[in-house]
Design a protein around this ligand. Structure first.
Ligand code: HEM
Length: 338
């Protein structure tokens, strides 16, 4: 049996005065650059690890004792340059994050968007400062896998926040969020987010136990059996895939908006490609290039999951959030996550 319901519309109109896409193009461009930079710095951080350049600059914040820039030494070769280039990129990412906050602040100051948006707007900048400190601790702890993993996981959270910021600013309304899909579907999507988090944490544990843990001279510092942790990581991926396939089916059965259906398909494609890269790198003794691709895939999985979660609610007071589907899946009209 099937039913159709239209979620109640809030009385006051909260349409963003900017209209048409919610924000000027230059703001969207700044936030898009910030997102790309946040994804790319994960890759360059990976390049430092994969080329064994982690302690190319053996101290922090200076590169070598008494110098903030690399000083040529035959033992370090180009490792100090690679590590130094990654440190420099932090400033580029920092600039993009600062520009993002400035752009959002401008929208708020000119009355085009609510001040509540400032919190999300500040997240990339606060995160970059935090990452500079964690990066320093990573060097000072001689690349302990736990600090390397924390560095990666905080970056993943920044990628999620930067994706949410970009999509939120592109919305052309500021009313409280309302769900556009049944509660069960929302719960399942949140579960997908949680399982992805577990997959990322398990992935960093596999890395910390393997040959690319950061320090070429003392690999495998986490002391786990790489076979066992790789299997647990892959099992969690299978669970994630099952949840996302179920989501794809339910989104169709409940007549969810086209953007949600499209985004779940993108997420599924990213996860399948990432799973394939994972298996191939595992079976071929972890060639550096594939490991780097796997890191990029992890970043893209975070982007795709965040985008899907954002598509399951609307702030548009005029949107008819019809949820059609079996009665037991009918929509809850409670506020969705913002
Ligand atoms: C949705 C799919 C997947 C995601 C999101 C994912 C995510 C990750 C992440 C975040 C890392 C840690 C990267 C780092 O610390 O630098 C990692 C490492 C790893 N993953 Fe996956 N993974 C996925 C699928 C798989 C699959 C199916 C396998 C197959 C066994 C696999 C095998 C590995 C291995 C062997 C490593 C360690 C690589 C190294 O030593 O650097 N992954 N994964």
């Amino acid at each position: 049996m099937s039913s159709s319901s239209v979620a109640a519309r809030p009385a006051a109109s909260s349409r963003a005065p900017g209209g048409g896409g919610g924000a000027p193009r230059w703001v969207v461009a700044v936030l898009a650059v910030n997102l790309v930079a946040q994804v790319l710095i994960v890759l360059t951080g990976g390049a430092v690890r994969l080329t064994g350049s982690g302690l190319g600059c053996p101290t922090w914040p200076a590169c070598t004792a008494g110098s903030y820039t690399p000083v040529y030494s035959p033992e370090l070769g180009i490792h100090d340059d690679i590590e130094f280039a990654n440190r420099l990129l932090t400033f580029v990412v920092g600039l993009a994050a600062l520009a993002s906050l400035a752009a959002v602040s401008r929208l708020v100051v000119t009355g085009r968007r609510p001040s509540s948006l400032l919190l999300l707007g500040a997240a990339p900048l606060v995160g970059v400062v935090l990452q500079a400190v964690i990066g320093g601790i990573t060097v000072l702890t001689r690349l302990h896998p736990a600090t390397v993993a924390t560095h990666f996981l905080v970056s993943s959270a920044l990628v999620a926040a930067s994706t949410a910021l970009l999509l939120r600013v592109r919305e052309d309304a500021d009313a409280p969020p309302r769900p556009v899909v049944p509660q069960l579907v929302r719960r399942l999507a949140q579960a997908a987010g949680a399982v992805l988090g577990a997959v990322l944490v398990l992935g960093t544990i596999v890395t910390g136990a393997g040959p690319h843990s950061g320090d070429a001279e003392h690999p495998a510092r986490l002391g786990f059996d790489t076979e066992v942790v790789s299997r647990v990581h892959a099992d969690a991926v299978v669970l994630l895939l099952l949840v996302v396939v179920a989501l794809a089916v339910l989104l169709r059965r409940t007549g969810a908006p086209r953007s949600a259906r499209r985004r779940v398909d993108v997420l599924l494609a990213v996860l399948l490609a990432q799973g394939l890269v994972g298996w191939v790198q595992y079976a071929t003794d972890l060639p550096e290039l594939l490991v780097a691709l796997h890191m990029l895939g992890a970043g893209l999985a975070v982007v795709a999951t965040t985008a899907l979660l954002m598509a399951l609610r609307t702030r548009d007071p005029d949107a008819a959030t019809t949820t059609t589907g079996p009665e037991h899946l009918s929509s809850s009209t409670g506020a969705a996550a913002s």
